[in-house]
Ligand binder design. Structure first.
Ligand SMILES: *[C@@H]1O[C@H](CO)[C@@H](O)[C@H](O)[C@H]1NC(C)=O
Length: 227
């Protein structure tokens, strides 16, 4: 009887996961359960919770990108998160997210929101357009990933404050704060930028969307926060 209930419960869980995020399947594996970080992930975050976060983060990203239908999105059927014994924090190749167990072990502060913030950032790399241009213009892709993370409310403690940083193309939090300013000038700016990135990056996108070049926008942004 217990077994039967467990089987029904897991079928229900599967049904929820597939209905909340279109036809996409979310798969989570931990190959580092023999390490302190892997154990921390299993005990304090959990595979099922991670699946749910990946699903919610995908829906959140599609909303930011204004991709209401699956036809607007990158054609991805399965998103996989693998917690493993690697250096660094996390990276994404295609639709596979690799997350360092060591970094999970070293996470300070409020554990679950910190991990969720990393997952939001990485899931954006699964769904964003234009990564063929990543090497030449990594800042814009990392900036968009942190912009989505920012909008979801998972700002990390070490991030710059609004108006900080020395250039729009520093990437990550600096670019994310700048993109938030651009988005305040024209709501949905990042959705349009992401769509344009399908053809690769161009500085001209700022002019096309906001009518000002990126240098001017950065000056305006710095001036707004007192230079
Ligand atoms: C994790 O990786 C490091 C570096 O490659 C290695 O020294 C260590 O033995 C690995 N730990 C486990 C549990 O596999």
């Amino acid at each position: 009887m217990k077994l039967h209930i467990a089987a029904v419960a897991s079928l229900l869980a599967l049904a929820v996961a597939t209905t909340t995020a279109g036809a996409v399947t979310f798969d989570v594996r931990n190959t580092a359960s023999n390490t302190a970080g892997g154990q921390r992930f299993d005990q304090d975050y959990g595979l099922d919770y991670a699946k749910q976060v990946l699903s919610e983060a995908s829906t959140f990203t599609w909303n930011i990108f204004n991709q209401q239908s699956a036809a607007d999105r990158k054609p991805v059927d399965v998103v996989t998160l693998i917690v493993e014994n690697i250096t660094g924090v996390a990276f994404t190749i295609g639709s596979d997210i690799h997350y360092s167990a060591q970094s999970i072990a070293d996470t300070t502060g409020d554990f679950k929101p910190a991990v969720t913030g990393v997952l939001y950032h990485e899931i954006v790399h699964v769904w964003q357009w234009g990564l063929q241009d990543y090497r030449a213009h990594s800042w814009v892709f990392e900036g968009i990933a942190d912009f989505v993370r920012l909008k979801a409310g998972y700002i990390a403690a070490h991030w710059v404050k609004p108006g900080e940083g020395s250039s729009w193309d520093q990437g990550y939090d600096v670019t994310a704060r700048f993109l938030e300013y651009c988005d305040s000038l024209s709501s949905g700016f990042v959705a349009v930028l992401n769509a344009k990135l399908k053809d690769g990056y161009s500085d001209d996108y700022f002019v096309q969307i906001l009518g000002k070049n990126v240098q001017q926008l950065w000056s305006d942004y710095k001036a707004k926060y007192g230079g």
